[in-house]
Design a binder for this molecule. Structure first.
Ligand code: PLP
Length: 252
């Protein structure tokens, strides 16, 4: 019998359980894959603020990654909060080639409550050295603006332009999420170097859930771990997160 696909998550913890590693593992398990993990940072959070954040030692991160990668069941890697430049460096040292294992990077820069989750050196290393080694990056509109040094896209044509511009950082694909927009639909833009732009649409729901970015990138990684191509993994992951949000709506 084939073993269950395993997704290696490299991420921080959120004591409230809303975002970060707890959300990642929940999603990966719900989608029928198994999770293993490399913890990068521990945060003390409520739904409205980050009270404390402590990055683990780069050596411990390196060692977790080395031991986790000894499992030959890992079929995809999802990278979330990295915290510091030293940790980005440790991850870069140990990360396999994306031709061996699909690597999905959610470029976590700050929380919804606006606390920084990556230091300035980390941002530079992520942009210059980590993104060129990943299969797919999944920024939101705010992260895209910060990575490009531009204002946050306000229209769908600016969103599409920024998605294409982000490809120059070297990932195979870019999924620029529109969840932080205000239109009636939440539209995510998927681009890669070969094909045309793909728009993934879902009605915008009047509910909020912490860790939707974590959930989407983990769902994509879980689906790619089972061999699903990038585009359909993104489509199915978006529907999965939409359905999860629907369950939070009060019954009418
Ligand atoms: N905390 C951790 C550990 C995270 O990984 C993330 C996002 O990836 C966040 C907080 C941010 O989540 P939210 O935007 O829901 O505050």
């Amino acid at each position: 019998m084939p073993s269950t696909a395993q997704v290696l998550v490299i991420a921080g913890t959120d004591s409230s359980g809303g975002a970060g590693l707890v959300r990642d593992v929940e999603v990966i398990t719900e989608l029928g894959a198994r999770a293993s993990c490399v913890v990068t940072a521990v945060t003390a959070q409520t739904n409205s603020c980050v009270e404390a954040s402590c990055a683990l030692s780069p050596e411990l991160v390196r060692q977790q990654l080395r031991t986790a990668l000894r499992s030959n069941a890992i079929r995809a890697i999802k990278i979330g909060m990295l915290g510091t430049g030293e940790i980005v460096r440790a991850v870069l040292d140990e990360l396999p080639d994306r031709r061996e294992i699909p690597i999905v990077v959610d470029p976590v820069l700050c929380s919804t409550s606006a606390a920084a989750l990556l230091d300035p050196e980390g941002l530079q290393l992520l942009r210059d050295q980590l993104l060129p080694r990943c299969s797919l990056m999944t920024p939101n509109l705010i992260e895209a603006g910060a990575l490009l040094g531009e204002h946050v896209a306000r229209t769908s044509s600016e969103q599409a332009g920024q998605a294409r511009a982000l490809l120059r950082f070297g990932s195979e694909g870019v999924l620029l999420k529109g969840g932080h927009g205000t239109d009636a639909e939440s539209v995510d833009v998927l681009v890669n170097h070969a094909g045309p732009l793909v728009l993934l649409r879902a009605p915008r729901l009047d509910v909020t859930m912490r860790g939707t970015g974590c959930a989407l990138s983990s769902a994509i990684a879980a689906l790619m771990a089972s061999g699903e191509p990038m585009e359909s993994a993104c489509q199915r992951a978006k529907s999965y997160v939409h359905d999860k949000l629907l369950t939070l709506r009060p019954a009418s």
